[in-house]
Each structure stands twice: as structure tokens, then as C-alpha cells.
Design a protein around this ligand. Structure first.
Ligand code: PLP
Length: 355
């Protein structure tokens, strides 16, 4: 149990009005906690949201010592606020921390920190359908030396941002370009299975190139053979081929998404066959050509399900089935958002009441 000291803001901000967008507004408070080798985690506190003083020599700036998580808090009616599978985020943060030699956090402490700051700012959780409070826990290494000797000081923080509905008028298929030049810094043995800022830094160039051509995201191939499909931008990816859902196996280079895991569990509940295995871009291209690719979609906290209407392979555009929204994509979206918003039976106990 953390002993969290709370300092409330003397100047609460006005809540945003109009379209919220993503990650543009921040609430009144944030959670902070420090770590060093002698004391471990200490000084857990909630303070007014604002800039933090940093040494220009901090490891976070020079050597990319940074990991993060992404989750959402939902207003489910009658002032009740719920998180979705927060212990999964706690576990994944520790797995990222282990890879980057950052200190691990007790899972209960992680959830307690998130719960406490969301609870304090609970009137910032938007109530319109599809909206939520995005929760961004993150950790940085903060040694004040340019020598590279591991992490001896770290900071864990949680900031909160009310976000709008990803889809204004229901699910919306996107176009995805298959990237054959850049790879993520995510080969086996690398950091692909972690949520670290460095992965994103390395993926920016391909993302920008795709955006300039009017495509929404990049589909990454494995860094060794550039042959096997990994994931799509900041989402995992699934295909329905010949009645079976196929998703790339978690071989160390792919982020183990909580939405991915939840989708696989819902598919199992529904008796829809689903396998985790390697899938090559050639197999995908063949399935498009012979008409066996029935659906393709991304999975992630932000959009939950993002149907893919079109792939671009070597500059050639291919439409997935009729380019619309597949039945399984729609079912998974309805089921998971239904549980998150308290409208559907939460039989797996995935939601966590903020109090
Ligand atoms: C966060 C993330 C995902 C999706 O994970 P969820 O837990 O489902 O939100 C997928 N890929 C990458 C690279 C990510 O950073």
C-alpha cells in the first residue's frame, strides 16, 4: 500500500468544451513517485498538473530511458467510473521496466496510484458516448550524469487526458501501407514487446511517409527477414482468412496488446476459431487475391477495433473483401466497448471500479 500525499490545486481549470480530440487536454492533478537504489519507491504524491523540473543531464533525455502505458477510464452511468483490466497494464509496465533496467512496481501499487488520481479527478471523466479519460502512466530514468551506468534514479508518473470518441459515426475502415524499408527497433531480443518511447521514435519516419501519401498507418514486417507481419502502427493486427482469425504470435518483437488478448478471449467465448502464428506478407497478398481474406483489423486501446479496408503492398492498392466493416470486427467492437461502458455483462471481471 502506498501512502499517497495529496496536494490539491488552488486553481482548478475549466473543463474543455467541444471536440476533445486525443491527448490535448489534461486534468487538474497528476501522480508522482520517486525511486532510488537506497530507498526504493518513495514520496508517492498527487500534485497539481504542471511542468516538472528536470536536469538537462537526465538519462531520459540522452539515452531514451522511458516506458509508458495506455489505458482508459470510462463513465458507466450514475457517476460510476471504471478502468479496463488495469492489472494487465501493471504487469506489462513491469515487463517493459525489466527490459530497460528501470525499477519494477508492485502491481497493487500501480493500480492504487492510477485509481487514486482518477478518483480525485473523476469529474473530468467525460460522459458523452464513446468518450473516456485516457490514463498515461509512464516511467523515466533520471540519473543526472552522461555516463552510461544503468538507472539509479527513476520517476513514475500518471497523467490524465479526457479524450473524444475515436469514431464519430461508427466504425470507419482505414488504409494501411506495408512498410518494406524501415523496420522498428523491434527484432527478437530487442524492445518490440515493450511499450517504450524509443520504439515510437524509430517508427516516426515510416509513419510520416505513409501519412503524406494519405494512408493512416504502417504495417510493420519482422526486422530480420522482412517477410512476416508484426503489427500496425500502435495496434496489433488480426486477419480473418477462410473463416479463421489469424494474428501474429507474440514472438518477442510484438507488443502484447491487452485489446488483442481480450479479442482472443471473446473469440473463444463465441466459438470462432482463432490462431496465433506467423503470417507472411505473401500469404496475406495471396489471400487477398484468391478472395479468402474476409476481414482485417487493428486492435488497441485507442480505437478498440480499427477495420482495415485497404492494404498497399509495393505501391499497389488491394481492397479487403468489399472494403467495409466485417462481421467479426463489428462484433468484437460491440462486445468490448459494451463491457467497458457497463452496457454488457462483464463475465470475465475485466472492469475495475474506481473508488
Ligand atoms: C499500446 C500498443 C498496442 C496496443 O496495446 P493495447 O494494450 O491493446 O492498447 C499495440 N502495439 C503497440 C506498438 C503499442 O504501443
Amino acid at each position: 500500500m502506498l501512502d499517497i500525499k495529496i496536494t490539491k490545486t488552488a486553481t482548478p481549470k475549466a473543463k474543455p468544451t467541444g471536440a476533445l480530440g486525443f491527448g490535448q487536454h489534461f486534468t487538474d492533478h497528476m501522480f508522482m513517485m520517486d525511486w532510488n537504489e537506497g530507498e526504493g519507491w518513495h514520496d508517492a504524491r498527487i500534485v497539481p498538473y504542471g511542468p516538472i523540473p528536470m536536469s538537462p543531464a537526465s538519462t531520459a533525455f540522452h539515452y531514451g530511458a522511458e516506458i509508458f502505458e495506455g489505458m482508459k477510464a470510462y463513465h458507466v452511468g450514475n457517476g460510476e467510473v471504471k478502468l479496463f483490466r488495469p492489472y494487465e497494464n501493471a504487469k506489462r509496465m513491469n515487463s517493459s521496466a525489466e527490459r530497460l533496467c528501470l525499477p519494477q512496481l508492485n502491481e497493487d501499487d500501480f493500480v492504487q496510484a492510477v485509481n487514486a488520481v482518477v478518483n480525485l479527478d473523476r469529474d473530468w471523466v467525460p460522459t458523452d458516448p464513446g468518450t473516456s479519460l485516457y490514463v498515461r502512466p509512464f516511467m523515466i530514468g533520471d540519473d543526472h550524469t552522461l555516463g552510461v551506468h544503468g538507472v539509479h534514479h527513476a520517476i513514475f508518473m500518471v497523467i490524465l487526458s479526457p479524450v473524444g470518441s475515436y469514431y464519430k459515426e461508427g466504425l470507419n475502415p482505414v488504409s494501411i501501407v506495408i512498410e518494406k524499408d524501415d523496420v522498428r527497433v523491434a527484432g527478437k531480443g530487442g524492445t518490440g514487446y515493450t511499450k517504450c518511447g524509443g520504439n515510437y521514435a524509430a517508427s516516426t519516419r515510416a509513419g510520416k511517409k505513409a501519412e503524406l501519401k494519405g494512408y493512416s498507418q504502417v504495417l510493420w514486417l519482422d526486422a530480420v527477414e522482412r517477410k512476416y507481419i508484426e503489427e500496425v502502427g500502435s495496434m496489433n493486427v488480426m486477419f480473418k482468412i477462410n473463416g479463421e482469425v489469424v494474428t501474429p504470435a507474440l514472438v518477442g518483437s510484438i507488443l502484447p496488446g491487452i485489446t488483442r488478448k481480450s479479442c482472443l478471449e471473446v473469440l473463444k467465448d463465441r466459438g470462432i476459431p482463432a490462431v496465433e502464428r506467423r503470417i507472411s506478407v505473401d500469404e496475406l497478398e495471396q489471400a487477398i487475391k484468391d478472395g479468402t481474406l474476409e476481414e482485417a483489423f487493428g486492435t488497441g486501446t485507442a480505437a478498440v477495433i480499427s477495420p482495415i479496408g485497404k492494404f498497399v503492398i509495393d505501391g499497389k492498392e488491394y481492397t479487403v473483401a468489399d472494403g467495409g466493416i466485417g462481421k467479426v470486427s463489428q462484433m468484437l467492437y460491440d462486445e468490448i466497448t459494451g463491457i467497458q461502458s457497463g452496457k454488457k455483462d462483464d463475465k470475465h471481471n475485466w472492469t475495475y471500479t474506481v473508488k
